[in-house]
Ligand binder design. Structure first.
Ligand SMILES: [Zn+2]
Length: 457
């Protein structure tokens, strides 16, 4: 089954075939680590995690190389470190750890590589040097700039006209710019900036611009031409346009064959913004909702479409997952047959990652499983689990799901065991106290002949 993907560059769905099926390469622009990720930031890693899983299923897990970078030097990071009075590396390490934990909770498989910008400064300096040598870049008083008119097909990804581009590029009052669209490759260090955010270069001390970071990291870990480059819609211009300009002018070959972009996420039909006070952090949402519920909600819309993130979407996602897990719970005592992913689910994902269609088919499977004869259970269970794995869902023990958040399940198990021990020791006051405490937290203990279990009420 061919994988077809909508390519922003060609503006059409195209059959995907890698340059080398033994080494399929994919790059997704990662976070700038100085604060918590909001739920909109989680959409690209989750959507393209499904693509990673699909490519692994088709080409083999060892034949797909996926890089998602960490931007650990940036004006905002420097400002955040200065505000907090802490070293830059301490801030970036802290928020990278939180980011990776948050994405892990959303079922995102760890990419093959997580290159850090600060580990690739030499590669950036090398590309900038090539661009200067080839006449695509020049040193100005504030650093090195890419000269946009030097590239004939600049703008091909976004399709923007030159006037739009100049308006879109934050035009700074800079006498050193030869053209208003020119952008920074290397930013000269300013007086008072910390030593930990400056590196030597042939153009003096400074730090890289954001766009050159991705050009250098993609080249270092994946090569000069990669199969798939992806990110949010907001990155098409200027970030991806500028990555293309740098990499293609330096290397004389396409940077990526497929460019994929996910749509925006809104909150209750409004743009997520600090001024509206509706920014939802993944970290906070995870206190209320299981990561799998958040993942389901993110995958409930097609990745290229806008997605309205609401409490009712989360509620529906939870209810649907409960139904799926209930079906699996009924079949828990049978061994799953190795059926592979059902054709319909595979076809949906191969069609430009149509996750809403894949979830609808999974829903139909759950309905079928609930009606199926027990003789069909091994096959039904195998299909549900295989489809779930491809989507990054349904891999939790169904009993653990029914008990609620697995993260505090162990602690509740321990308290239930303490109550059993208290009863055995005839300390009924202690047993009763534990029961009441748990009841106050919404946990009901059920005593049966095989011991005590519990559930959330
Ligand atoms: Zn990037």
């Amino acid at each position: 089954m061919d994988i077809r993907l909508y390519n922003t560059l060609s503006r059409e769905k195209q059959a995907f075939s890698p340059q080398n099926p033994q080494r399929v390469t994919m790059y997704v622009c990662g976070p700038t680590v100085y604060s918590y990720a909001h739920i909109g930031n989680a959409r690209p890693p989750v959507a393209f995690d499904v693509l990673f899983r699909l490519l692994r299923a088709k080409y083999g897990a060892d034949h797909v190389v996926y890089a998602a970078n960490i931007t650990d030097v940036d004006d905002k990071i420097i400002a955040a470190a200065a505000d907090a009075g802490r070293p830059i590396a301490e801030i970036t390490e802290q928020f990278e750890r939180i980011y990776r934990d948050d994405m892990g909770a959303l079922g995102v498989i760890e990419p093959t590589h997580r290159p850090h910008a600060t580990d690739h400064i030499a590669g950036m300096v090398e590309i900038i040097g090539t661009l200067v040598d080839k006449g695509h870049a020049y040193a100005g008083k504030d650093g090195v700039l890419f000269h946009v008119p030097s590239m004939a097909d600049y703008g091909k990804l976004s399709g923007r006209s030159r006037d739009d581009m100049v308006a879109g590029a934050r035009v700074e009052v800079d006498a050193g710019k030869r053209d208003p669209a020119d952008f920074a490759l290397w930013k000269a260090a300013k007086p008072g900036e910390p030593a930990e955010a400056r590196w030597d270069s042939p153009w003096g001390e400074g730090r890289p611009g954001w766009h050159i970071e991705c050009s250098a990291m993609a080249k270092a870990v994946l090569g000069e031409t990669i199969d798939i480059h992806a990110g949010g819609l907001d990155l098409i211009f200027p970030h991806h346009e500028n990555e293309i300009a740098q990499s293609e002018c330096a290397h004389g070959k396409p940077m990526a064959r497929f460019w994929l972009h996910n749509g925006f996420l809104s909150m209750d039909s409004e743009k997520m913004s600090k001024s509206l006070g509706n920014v939802k952090l993944v970290h906070d949402l995870l206190k209320e909702w299981d990561g799998e519920t958040l993942r389901f909600a993110l995958l409930s819309g097609h990745y290229r479409q806008p997605l309205d993130f609401t409490a009712s979407l989360l509620g529906q996602s939870k209810t649907t997952l409960d139904r799926f897990y209930n079906a699996l719970r009924r079949m828990k005592d049978v061994a799953a047959e190795d059926t592979g992913v059902p054709d319909g689910v595979m076809a949906a994902l191969c069609d430009d990652l149509n996750t809403p269609d894949a979830l609808a088919q999974l829903s139909a499977l759950a309905t079928e499983a609930n009606k199926a004869e027990t003789a069909d259970w091994p096959r039904m269970k195998g299909q549900m689990l295989a489809a779930g794995e491809l989507l990054g869902l349904l891999q939790v023990d169904p009993d653990a799901w029914a008990r609620g958040d697995a993260s505090d399940a162990q602690a509740i198990d321990d308290r239930v065991a303490a109550r059993v021990a208290a009863r055995k020791a005839k300390d009924f006051a202690a047993a009763d106290r534990i029961r009441k405490e748990l009841a106050a937290e919404g946990i009901e203990i059920m005593d049966g002949p095989d011991g005590s279990t519990w559930r959330r009420i």
